[in-house]
Design a protein around this ligand. Structure first.
Ligand code: F6P
Length: 341
């Protein structure tokens, strides 16, 4: 078979490990050929391809980012977008497509499959918010980067008797904030699933200062204050209709300083969480997803996505994978709350 491969949406440590596993097993065991598409859905839309063979995937296992490039291009927002993709696949003689991406990329993959394209999905997002899989690769790396930052911020916060607000990624789900906050011993963790009460946050900050330690507040970029308690600015939208987030950390630091009288600083980890080499967990998960994806193509299991359930790699319909987001259950948040203040 001739198979196209693309990576779409935000990049994520482990994407190259997936590409490598797909190509290595596809060539060695099944004798397939591959075509790499540049920059997510932009590649098949505009016919931008790169050679993708064993030679191109040598040495990429530990490398962050994606050798194929990525974008947030949405073919369903463009004239004849889906048709252009189908025509391109025919021109290139492709029998199947492997789409590696999050909610948006896999949503496009599902619609293309409904229209007859032979597509298999691989889930990726540092946010870990895809419901059909227990974990996505990239998440463990992001959590470890955030944890290390929190560890470092504790010592500088304490030296200066300051409150430090750490803004981490997490658009709709607070998994990174929750896990990094718990692992790093944060004094407050704020997540999108639970609008926060500014007065309670300030209370935790003051309690922590009374013990002669400095508070660390971890806030997910998608966290919001309870209605009417703090003003937020509206951001731009991308082609999937998502607001560009970022900025809640600084707003929060300003409010905490105003209300408690304690010097407060904000640190935005941003794309640092997505860059660089993946952890061992993410390399192994990404590799297993890649092996599972090429097996799915070989079996003609189109319209499916590989997923982790417990310790097994399984297949789930793309429709199930994109049906709902996996958000933090309130009982998990309650576990973190034990350590607030
Ligand atoms: O979707 C993953 C994610 O990292 C979100 O946590 C974040 O809101 C978004 O991507 C940032 O997107 P961009 O890199 O395009 O600014």
């Amino acid at each position: 078979m001739r198979i196209g491969v693309l990576t779409g949406g935000g990049d994520c440590p482990g994407l190259n490990a997936v590409i490598r596993a797909v190509v290595r097993k596809g060539v060695a065991e099944y004798g397939h050929e591959f075509v790499g598409f540049r920059d997510g859905w932009r590649g098949p839309l505009e016919g931008e391809t790169v050679p993708l063979g064993v030679e191109q995937v040598r040495g990429i296992l530990p490398r962050g980012g994606t050798i194929l490039g990525t974008s947030r291009t949405n073919p369903y927002k463009l004239d004849w977008g889906p048709e252009r993709i189908q025509n391109r696949m025919t021109e290139l003689g492709l029998d199947a497509l492997i789409a590696i991406g999050g909610e948006d990329t896999l949503g496009v993959a599902r619609r293309l499959y409904d229209e007859g394209v032979h597509v298999v999905g691989v889930p990726k997002t540092i946010d870990n918010d895809l419901a059909a899989t227990d974990y996505t690769f990239g998440f463990d790396t992001a959590v470890n980067i955030a944890m290390e930052a929190i560890d470092r911020l504790h010592t500088t916060a304490e030296s200066h008797h300051r409150a430090l607000v750490v803004e981490v990624m997490g658009r709709h789900a607070g998994w990174i904030a929750l896990q990094a906050g718990m692992a790093g011993g944060a004094n407050v963790v704020l997540i999108p699933e639970r609008p926060f009460d500014l007065a309670a946050v300030c209370d935790y900050v003051e309690r922590r200062f009374r013990t002669h330690y400095s508070p660390i507040i971890v806030v997910a970029e998608g966290a919001t204050p309870k209605e009417g308690t703090m003003a937020l600015a509206a951001g731009e939208l991308d082609s999937f209709g998502h607001v560009r987030l970022g900025g809640i950390g600084q707003l929060l630091a300003d409010e905490v300083e105003k209300r408690t009288g304690k010097e407060s600083r904000a640190v935005v980890l941003g794309h640092v969480q997505r860059g660089g080499t993946p952890t061992a967990f993410d390399r192994v998960l990404a590799t297993r997803f890649g092996l599972g994806a090429i097996d799915a193509v070989q079996d003609g299991a189109f319209g499916q996505m590989v997923a982790l359930r417990g310790t097994d790699i399984v297949r789930v319909p793309l429709s199930e994978a994109t049906a709902e987001l996996k958000t933090v259950p309130l009982e998990r948040y309650a576990e973190a709350e034990v350590f607030f203040g």
